[in-house]
Design a protein around this ligand. Structure first.
Ligand code: BUP
Length: 464
């Protein structure tokens, strides 16, 4: 009689930013380590992009299990901050969690893997004796801050953090770089985030989507700094960079055309511009960006979506917008940049673009998935952070890692500053043609090589 394969369940909060790394871990457990996985999907606030991604690579040992949709009317509103909204959706969706787990097909669960917004499952799993591993899908910088947050919260008075944050063993974080929820102690988002951070300590272990060569400072702090040893932090397992694989098979016509266009461009000559699935610019900023790109005379692919002050933008409408970008880009921009630039509405095959030899840099919001995808493919970045922990990421990537230059979009008081076309032109030219760009590209190539090593058999992330 053969022993059944170890059975592990996954639960992710909605949104590609969290689903992607958890699903990539699930795929690897199944294809490289002989596990079977039940991947539980919260169907509320689900987008076409998410279901396309989850259904792209069927595998007999990877079961997608849809949780019953929940009615969130009256519980969430459009003006609610993202973390609060996610926490509430998860809270409602896991009400029947005990019966969901008991109905899973396959042998008894050996573990459950969750993301930071799913910490409401600890009690039930405890009763059922199922170990819970938390997969922290953001950077090591945010991870160490998150472990420190409950202690920091106890020591501070007042509504806001006003001094540079000094997480033990880590580089100081400027107040302007803190994500908004951490900044404002009265906000619901802060309270929810603090709640989840406190509960991180209930995990049997914590996976983190990074690796030693990218974030030595944070990982060393967690391992050796007395503060973290004393709290005590559960065992921390760096397993990154786990990013979406290239999926040429599922590309639709306009995506194939983009890649065909890239095929005709010289090596490292194209700037890829995208602000992630949650990022929108104002109309004024989008105009400046378009002019900056045009004046730079560099090749580009720009993913655009409706400006934030054009119509209500929501976090979950990705892939559903069909408005013509001509209505919000400068008059004649698309015609004048024809042949040099490509404008795509809303969604691009990002990993395939970053993997393409013609892509020379990524102007990015510095979301952690986008960052890892860029570095895994050896592409340097122009950091244009928008929300959440992206400002910390951009600072770390430019000051510590040397793979990015930051666009000046954050003022001294943390306010958003409009980047002007001349500055955009200067930074784009510097990265695409200048010495600074060359240095960053060579550093990004080093990290590409190191990411390959760590994920290969015998490498630290693979073995972990
Ligand atoms: Br937008 C976009 N194509 O056009 P986020 C995103 N993605 O393939 P991050 C595309 O979605 P945040 C597009 O490659 C990544 O794997 C992208 O993107 C893919 O996440 C995934 O939401 C998620 O931009 O930022 O970069 O971690 O901080 O917003 O979660």
């Amino acid at each position: 009689q053969t022993t059944p394969k170890p059975h592990v369940a996954f639960l992710s909060s909605p949104g590609m930013g969290h689903i992607t790394p958890l699903f990539e871990l699930a795929i690897r457990l199944v294809t490289q380590h002989d596990f079977q996985v039940s991947f539980l999907v919260i169907t509320t606030a689900f987008t076409p992009a998410q279901s396309e991604y989850l259904n792209a690579n069927p595998h007999p040992d990877l079961h997608i299990v849809d949780l019953p949709p929940v009615d969130m009317s009256g519980l969430v509103s459009d003006d609610m901050e993202l973390g609060t909204r996610l926490s509430l959706i998860v809270q409602e969706s896991i009400r029947p969690f005990r019966s969901i787990l008991s109905e899973l097909k396959g042998p008894k669960l050996r573990a459950l893997v969750i993301d930071i917004f799913c910490t409401g499952v600890f009690e039930i799993c405890n009763e059922l004796a199922i170990p819970v591993y938390s997969f922290f899908t953001a950077s090591g910088v945010l991870f160490t801050l998150s472990l420190y947050l409950p202690s920091m919260d106890r020591e501070v008075e007042g509504d806001q953090y006003v001094e540079t944050v000094k997480v033990p063993g880590c580089n100081p974080i400027r107040i302007q770089d803190l994500q908004e929820p951490v900044w404002n102690r009265n906000s619901d988002d802060y309270k929810w985030y603090l709640f989840h951070c406190r509960r991180l300590f209930m995990a049997t272990g914590i996976f983190i989507n990074t690796w030693e060569d990218l974030e030595p400072v944070s990982l060393k702090a967690v391992k050796h700094e007395p503060f973290f040893l004393n709290i005590p932090t559960p065992p921390v397992h760096p397993i990154g960079p786990l990013v979406k694989q290239i999926e040429p098979a599922v590309m639709v016509k306009y995506e194939k055309e983009m890649i065909a266009w890239l095929d005709k461009q010289p090596k490292d000559s194209v700037l890829y511009v995208s602000f992630g699935s949650g990022g929108t610019l104002t109309r004024e900023q989008l105009t400046e960006l378009a002019w900056g790109l045009e004046l730079s005379r560099q090749r580009f692919i720009m993913v655009v979506r409706k400006p934030s002050d054009y119509a209500a933008a929501t976090f979950f409408n990705v892939g559903s917008e069909s408005d013509d970008p001509r209505t919000y880009l400068p008059d004649g921009f698309i015609e004048r940049t024809k042949g040099v630039g490509l404008v795509v509405s809303s969604w691009a095959p990002q990993v395939a673009v970053l993997n393409h030899p013609s892509t020379g840099a990524f102007l990015s919001h510095c979301g952690w998935n986008s960052t890892l995808e860029s570095l895994k493919h050896g592409v340097p970045m122009i950091g244009w952070p928008m929300y959440a922990e992206q400002r910390m990421n951009a600072t770390m990537l430019s000051n510590e890692v040397g793979v990015a230059v930051k666009m000046h979009v954050v003022g001294d008081k943390g306010e958003t500053v409009v980047a002007r076309r001349e500055e955009i032109k200067r930074v784009v030219q510097m990265v695409m043609e200048g010495e600074e760009g060359k240095k960053m590209r060579s550093r990004a190539k080093e990290l590409e090589a190191s990411s390959r090593t760590t994920l290969s058999r015998g490498g630290t992330s693979y073995e972990t």
